[in-house]
Design a protein around this ligand. Sequence first.
Ligand code: OOB
Length: 549
Amino acid sequence: MSYQTPTWPAEFAERYRAAGWWRGETFGQLLRDRAEAHPDRIAIVDPPRELRWTYGELDLRADRLAAGFAARGIAPGDKVVVQLPNVAEFFEVVFALFRIGALPVFALPAHRETEIGYFCSFTEAAAYVVWAEDGDRPGGRYDSFDYRGLAATVRDRVPTLRHVFVAGDGDPGPFEPLADVATDPVPTTGPAPGDLAFLQLSGGSTGVPKLIPRTHDDYIYSLRGSNEICGVDEHSVFLCVLPAAHNFPLSSPGTLGALYAGARVVLCPRPDPETAFPLIERERVTLTGLVPPLALLWTEAGRQTSYDLSSLQVLLVGGAKFSEEAARRVRPALGCTLQQVFGMAEGLVNYTRLDDPVETIVTTQGRPISPDDEIRIVDDEDVEVPDGTPGHLLTRGPYTIRGYWMAPEHNARAFTEDGFYRTGDIVRRTETGHLVVEGRAKDQINRGGEKIAAEEVENHILAHPAVHDANVVAVPDPYLGERTCAYVILRADAEPVKPVEIKKFVRRRGLAAYKVPDRVEFVDAFPQTGVGKVSKKDLRAAARTPDSR
Ligand code: OOB
């Protein structure tokens, strides 16, 4: 492959270095520095397993695992798909890979054969790390899914996949237990600050998910900036509630921000208040991040809880639009400051500031981290609109990628010639420079923070033998914000099918459960626009009206 994924042009890189945004740090080195500065301070708490790893221990574990990975041929630049729940080993694995200069590819626990198979084959991954726990069962600590079975299927499909490592105390099956990999550390040179650190996943609006190449320099800057804005310092205790691999709990300011600050990370195995509240009390958690549906649940539960949540100072809410009404309930119910965060794995992250007026905090999605985050809000012709007018958000800056990994055609559409990322979000800017998310132009459903590319699901539905055509749209939902509705035209000669059969069919194709359509409607034709294209706008409107059910 001769295509080079676009990166920052030299003059921008120089500018970002000169401004002090990029400081030449790497993840491997920063963990070493923290471990040397305060080896006995607790870095990671994994409550269900009663693990408390100090910075010294995490550093040593990362070193030992890096040596073991290297001995198995995992080399700088190799890709390793990491699919772990919120367990301490997540950090041991990713820091080991950071030290080698191998790139974690951050899969979510919800991903299944289709996604994992794609990540492994597209990145030509050398290894895949999964989880197995003894006695894991439905309703158990993590989930009952058998990742070893998934790994066996994927390994058969992907010839480059040389290793599958199984973390946790469950039977590793035919694969190597992660616990056996660690060995005596060997000195390594490690990657350079400008090198890629990992591949993050995009929410996506295309047939297959896109991969986001982030460097040490750019990502660490976003952590430093986030820490400053969210007040994270060495006394902070961050509760990781959302899946650790997602960009929000990872970096806004997230677990990596907390580790950067020398703070403590507490891993929450499940996001419900029944699990999280006792941990907040016991560990004296100071901040955490939630998607809106969970924030609603927590504020409901917080009003009448007997747990002591008084340590909680900041609740970050983002990933999807948080309604003003719900935002107003946060402080009365949980006694902490709300911080709205509007971010994206591609880069740009906006926060409301802790000292913003309440009205700003509850009615906007914040403003960018960096003075060097360039924001353009444009109309359909790419002409800038005045403040207060909604338009397409384009952005460029010191931690926003210049292109997706190995995706030339998509990059030509998703980025302007001068390197601005087309976020697909419709926003307006207030007089104070805060952004308000007004909608979305990308063909995506935001199901409570989980992003679903319509085209990806449509392609799976189209594979059903009875289906002639399919369109997937968002339907408003009071709890999740949006759910999915698939409009399907059956073939004239098809045997009758029920909606549930379409859902089962999609699920059986090995797609993450959150992508299975919530509703399936059979129709004879799709509404059309003036030029004869399918009008998703009209489909969305139809999905809203109850009589279309
Ligand atoms: C976060 O990252 P992604 O990559 O899963 O999704 C990004 C997209 C944005 O382009 C926007 O469409 C939506 O999610 N979004 C929001 C939002 N935060 C994200 N829409 C409305 N209001 C918000 N507050 O979701 C993400 C990454 C880092 C920090 C926070 C969220």
